[in-house]
Design a protein around this ligand. Structure first.
Ligand code: PLP
Length: 470
């Protein structure tokens, strides 16, 4: 017996027939034929799947089908790398591109992007210059370090630093600090790749200064390294050798001390519940070289920043890996502009998006949530809307135990499951990435920019329309 599904499947038009449609023929004038064919095929395949799963019990009219294919073609002509709205409340979301740049950085990037620049040209001398020079002075000024350089990311910085300072030598590191940042960055593996040899000391929970002394071998040891356990904490029966103590040990053994601090927090955020070491503390404590990311708590572009004693930084600048890890003019432009913001620390908390999102007051969050609710109500009354407290995160492997008090706009429906809404939000013109809890969709407003409120509300209308409840 033929069931309804088979009837429906038979009723679906053939791709060849569809391609004769006037609108699609028109599209082919400005779009590669393969894109049009793919779009048609995808839409028909999706319909087939929906019919088979029972999700769909009718076939769309031809007009409707063609409209969907046209939408899909338009979609395909869009860039793959697109902007979206982060409504997860995770400020440094690694999957969503970590930090947003500040306005000044964006302007600097735009300015150098389509123009020649003095990237490696000394305007005073009229001769070749160094690309490092553009950021070195400002970074040194802000951090108090003697010298600085910027490479592609902190993983590259670690590799370069170890290679330049301890190739073929042992680097003593605490067992409690053998960090993994995402699958491919692990301190022991990076160390091996750099040509330095890891000398682990202490235990997972306890490391003492004497452990470093016992491991020291004047013939073999090249450096001491401390790694900030940025994405985890060891609690309970613990002992850690502080950076200051490491610096004293370094002096005692006449060895450089390297500090990989992960997040490059510049402003003191303890008042906001974020108790991370700052770059200034690390420099004050006397580390010889400090490395950190550009796009974590610093709030700049992707990059690895190396600061410290001039003799070491100079060695790294001349190292062959420096060329392999070098950054382009746009990164340098963004980095320079970001550091400039830090000349006025209080102002930086407002102008650097990452800092602004962490330091924003509860009142402002509530206000933003109210405005988002209003913007949704203007467009649709399909959902039950509310605002509720939520827990936000710094993210990006920083401050792993900190939960920031946030406010979320909740969206619920009697007829559309929250999981379906979550999917529909992702398919909006500007996708919105949300959380789902207790059959409600939650849009944490901390990470939604002012100028995204209307767009986010439009995505809610889109979801309502797609679910057929608007
Ligand atoms: C994040 C992190 C890194 C890697 O930094 P990227 O800029 O992502 O390459 C290295 N070390 C620590 C301690 C980190 O937290």
């Amino acid at each position: 017996m033929m069931d309804n599904r088979q009837l429906l499947l038979r009723g679906l038009p053939k791709i060849d027939e569809l391609l004769l449609d006037e609108q699609l023929v028109f599209f082919m004038e400005s779009t590669p034929r393969s894109v049009v064919v793919d779009a048609a095929r995808e839409i028909i395949d999706e319909l087939r799947r929906e019919i088979l799963s029972g999700e769909r019990e009718d076939t769309p009219e031809k007009d409707e089908l063609i409209a969907e294919i046209c939408d899909r073609i338009t979609g395909k002509k869009k860039r793959n790398l697109r902007t979206l709205i982060n409504a997860t409340g995770v400020v440094l979301h690694t999957n969503l591109g970590r930090s947003n740049l500040c306005r000044a950085a964006v302007e600097s990037v735009t300015a150098v992007a389509d123009s020649y620049s003095n990237l490696e040209y000394d305007l005073k001398k009229g001769a070749r210059g160094l690309r490092h020079d553009h950021v070195e002075k400002i970074i040194a000024k802000i951090t108090g370090a003697e010298a600085a350089m910027v490479v592609n990311n902190n993983a590259a910085a670690t590799m370069l630093c170890l290679s330049a300072m301890a190739f073929g030598k042992e680097v003593i590191t605490s067992r409690g600090e053998l960090v993994e940042i995402g699958g491919s960055f692990r301190i022991p593996e990076i160390m091996e790749q750099s040509g330095a040899h890891l000398k682990e000391v202490g235990t997972t929970n306890k490391t003492r200064p004497s452990d470093y002394r016992n491991a020291y071998d004047p013939e073999k040891t090249g450096a001491l390294m401390k790694v900030h356990t940025s994405n985890y904490r060891i609690l309970g029966f613990t002992q850690e050798v502080t950076l200051k103590e490491m610096v004293d040990l370094g002096k005692e053994m006449n060895l450089p001390v390297i500090y990989d601090m992960g997040s490059g927090l510049m402003a003191d955020l303890t008042r906001y519940g974020v108790d991370e070491p700052t770059v200034l503390d690390a420099v004050n404590d006397g580390a010889d070289v400090v490395l950190f990311s550009g796009d974590k708590l610093l709030g700049g572009p992707q990059g690895g920043i190396l600061i410290g004693k001039k003799e070491y930084i100079d060695r790294m600048k001349k190292h062959p890996l420096a060329r392999a890890f070098r950054v382009d003019k746009m990164t340098l432009a963004a980095m320079e502009a970001t550091f400039f913001e830090y000349l006025d620390m209080e102002n930086a908390k407002k102008t650097i998006p990452v800092l602004q999102m962490i330091t924003v007051s509860g009142e402002e969050l509530q206000n933003k949530a109210d405005r988002l609710i209003e913007a949704i109500k203007v467009r649709t009354d399909a959902f039950t809307l509310g605002s509720e407290p939520c827990k936000d995160q710094v993210g990006g492997g920083s401050a792993p135990t900190v939960r920031l008090n946030g406010i979320a706009v909740s969206i619920a429906s009697d007829t559309v499951p929250a999981e379906r809404l979550e999917r529909l939000f992702r398919r909006a013109e500007t996708p919105v990435i949300v959380r789902v809890a207790h059959d409600k969709v939650l849009l944490s407003v901390r990470t939604i920019k002012e100028e995204e409120i209307e767009t986010a509300a439009s995505a809610v209308l889109f979801a309502a329309a797609q679910a057929g409840v608007n």
